[in-house]
Design a protein around this ligand. Structure first.
Ligand SMILES: [Zn+2]
Length: 769
């Protein structure tokens, strides 16, 4: 799994990735002086550079190709023999490379399909195949043991109902449906993939009264509209199906029956019927070959223009006369997940950990998702093992993890993080994640205190296609997108900021990969990395056709970007592990907070303006006059006025934070100018405080209604799924038009920022002292 936007298609994908970065751009007007390699004195920096050169020379594209072929040679879903064999094989590799490694197992709720049926019962009859046939030239596509098309954590059910087409099935689509006078109550909805997180589609359908949900892949979104279908081209073939989780991960990820604690043998389990992250209606993913007869049989109003896909008939909304019978029955068993955990022990700061992870389970073979990331991680581990053999010893302990059970719901990483919560809060200074990987532009998201490190590293790694640095390519991409066709104000602003600060801004993180438990539950500083934009994997995402053969044609044929990811991730791990002072900067963080707060002001202003405009239309009777007998427009409900939101505490906290961040940078620069000459007890204290900074962004109560998510700066949106919300408690209160709640959480967030600042001030005093 991965950010939904990464699985959009083609060019739009990279564009979205950096639009996302645009949202995170810091507004620092004065570029911070670059005092050399962050966290190192001059001599240490020179040594580190030559270590990195040696590290790079040990990375091998041929290794990565062979590993990908091996790892993706059988179906890799949770519980499959091949996924387990992969974990055991990786364990043996880590050991052979000199790492201290073991497998940690958790038993988790993992349903698998026993019975699946989708049939059109009226006005004609048709039975969906629910099967992906082998394709020519794809060597694994005829293997058995593959999980059939399935949405894990949907409910069991045997339902019959008229069909309603609801476009992407997102909140705005239901508003449009209401305007068309169509209800989904007691009906089965059919929605297409895209437009928002998968799990939200059946959940919103259920909230609106639907009894079942079918999710299909329209060729408009990742099929022949985009490119030739596989195997001629990369796009989704007619029978290709996107599997995926529909757990309510915006409430909590991990085993649905152990919310907030690890699924260890003695753990108490919530009964499945009471597990809040499991859905209440049956849901199945289908191909457009299976969806075509169903959609074609729908009557009623013609679908609005933006709802129409690329299938060769007129799209109607319904309800009926198409009537569908669907059955889903699952085995609600528990299955073991196998996390591979490998350690290289540190020296003087062995009590601080740099944790690196990527998952190894896939929906089927998973060559792109996740194994293209796994092979980069393995490359790093092999090279580090060799450096260790040659005498290098990291200052801090390095922990490499290969997670299982990410696809169903971040199971392996969440259970591990919950099991080791206390130790991680004490020791983990950074969690570095990757997942899918392809060709193109580096995407980076996460904690802004590490933004400058990412930029320093990206400036030192060469892009395999252009020969420019990875960072230069990011900048060029941003400039071209910002000034070219289809640019947006955010993109322009982002490019401007990248020019002003010299650094490419990193994005905030929502959910959709294994970083959630670290960043959003435990408050460990986090980075998420990957290359994207050019590789064309969207059309085989989570299908049988995400295979080695597809990847070597359309993904990263030379494995140049596997090596590039290993360089970027490896250098970040090495520098964080070896730095004298943890390589963090706070001006980047405080200017990002300024931007997030400005966005809240703007959001409240917009809500006020829109409400006033709506009131004006209502008062003038415009909705009545605009009525068209064919397309009646019901007047919206009269919205309450938007009061003045009390952002003052938040504004003041941000101002204080900025001053403290500047003071820290000044104190750090003064120390750096003297070769970071900090006496050791004091240095240990500095690193200890730096390593736990992110934890001060947590609130013990968590976000309203979802206490598992404790980070008050970044979280997955309650109604967006994967996509991030910044300062989420306030942002979502404004979204919900709950003005008192917005006031309340502006104050709570301000208090959290003040706590963060207090620790930053302690750090500054130590650096000065
Ligand atoms: Zn993945």
């Amino acid at each position: 799994m991965k950010r939904a936007k990464l699985h959009g298609v083609g060019v739009a994908l990279a564009c979205l990735t950096l639009t996302c970065a645009a949202g995170a751009a810091p507004a620092s007007g004065n570029p911070q002086a670059d005092a050399g390699m962050l966290g190192f004195a001059a001599r240490g920096a020179a040594q580190e550079s030559s270590l990195e050169q040696r590290f790079d020379s040990l990375l091998s594209a041929a290794d990565m190709r062979a590993w990908l072929k091996r790892l993706s040679s059988g179906p890799n879903q949770v519980g499959s023999p091949h996924d387990k064999a992969n974990a055991e094989w990786m364990l043996a590799q880590f050991k052979q490379w000199g790492w201290d490694a073991h497998i940690e197992t958790f038993d988790v709720l993992y349903p698998t399909p026993k019975q699946e049926l989708v049939e059109l019962v009226a006005p004609t009859k048709f039975k969906a195949a629910l099967h992906e046939p082998p394709v020519k030239g794809d060597r694994t596509s005829d293997l058995s043991g593959v999980l059939p098309p399935y949405n894990v954590y949907g409910a069991d059910g045997n339902v019959t109902g008229e069909l309603v087409y609801v476009n992407y099935g997102m909140p705005d689509d239901y508003k449009e449906l209401a305007r068309l006078g169509v209800s989904v109550k007691g009906k089965i909805v059919i929605v297409r993939y895209g437009g928002g997180w998968r799990g939200l589609k059946p959940e919103l359908a259920h909230e609106h009264g639907a009894i079942g949900c079918l999710i299909y892949s329209d060729p408009r979104d990742d099929g022949y509209f985009h490119s030739d279908p596989y195997p001629q081209g990369p796009a989704r073939p007619p029978e290709g199906v996107q599997r995926g989780s529909v757990a309510k991960m915006q409430l909590y990820p991990g085993d649905p029956t152990t919310p907030g604690y690890a699924s260890t043998p003695d753990a108490k389990h919530v009964p499945v019927a009471e597990a809040k992250s499991v859905l209440k209606i049956p849901v199945l993913p289908i191909s457009y070959a299976d969806a075509t007869p169903l959609l074609e049989a729908i009557g009623g109003p013609v679908a609005p223009e933006s709802w129409r896909g690329a299938l060769p008939f007129t799209y109607h909304v319904g309800a009926g006369p198409a009537k569908v019978h669907m059955v889903v029955k699952s085995d609600w068993n528990r299955q073991p997940v196998y996390d591979v955990i490998a350690t290289l022990k540190g020296t003087s700061d062995a009590g601080q950990w740099v944790v690196r992870g990527n998952h190894h389970d896939g929906w089927v073979f998973g060559a792109f998702d996740p194994l293209a990331g796994t092979i980069a991680e393995l490359g790093e581990a092999k090279a580090m093992g060799q450096l260790y053999r040659e005498g290098w010893r990291p200052r801090r302990t390095i922990v490499y993890a290969s997670w299982d059970g990410e696809e169903p719901g971040l199971l392996g990483s969440t259970e591990w993080a919950e099991a080791h919560a206390k130790e991680l809060r004490q020791k983990a200074v950074l969690y570095l994640n990757s997942d899918t990987n392809g060709r193109g532009i580096l995407f980076a998201g996460g904690s802004h205190t590490y933004q400058h490190l990412v930029n320093q590293v990206a400036a030192g790694v060469t892009d395999p296609e252009t020969g420019a640095s990875v960072q230069k390519r990011q900048r060029a991409f941003l400039d071209v997108r910002a000034n070219g066709k289809g640019s947006s104000p955010t993109m322009k602003e982002s490019a401007k900021l990248a020019g002003a600060t010299g650094d490419i801004p990193i994005a905030p993180l929502g959910s959709g990969s294994d970083y959630s438990a670290f960043l959003q539950h435990l408050g460990i500083a986090t980075l998420d990395l990957g290359f994207s934009g050019e590789a064309d994997q969207g059309g085989v995402y989570h299908s049988r056709y995400d295979s080695f053969d597809h990847y070597i044609r359309f993904g990263d044929p030379t494995f140049g970007y596997g090596v590039a990811l290993a360089k970027v991730a490896g250098h970040i791990v090495l520098r964080t592990a070896d730095a004298k002072v943890l390589p963090m900067r706070f001006g980047d963080f405080s200017s990002t907070i300024d931007r997030y707060i400005r966005a809240l002001h703007k959001q409240a202003d917009e809500a006020r303006k829109q409400t006033q405009a709506e009131h004006k239309l209502l008062d003038a009777g415009a909705y009545r006059l605009a009525a068209d007998p064919d397309h009646p427009v019901a007047p919206p409900e009269r919205l309450s006025d938007v009061p003045k939101i009390d952002f003052a505490p938040l504004d003041a906290a941000a101002k204080r934070l900025k001053q403290s961040a500047q003071a820290y940078e000044k104190a750090y620069e003064a120390r750096a100018a003297r070769g970071l000459d900090i006496p050791s007890p004091q240095l240990a204290r500095v690193n200890e405080l730096l390593g736990t900074m992110e934890q001060h962004l947590l609130d013990a109560q968590g976000l309203p209604g979802r206490p598992w998510y404790k980070n008050l700066i970044q979280a997955p949106g309650e109604l967006t799924g994967y996509a991030p919300k910044t300062i989420p408690a306030v942002h979502e209160a404004l979204d919900a038009r709950e003005w008192n709640r917005a006031d309340q959480y502006a104050a709570v967030t301000a208090k959290v920022l003040d706590g963060y600042r207090a620790q930053l001030d302690k750090l500054t005093a130590l650096l000065k002292g």
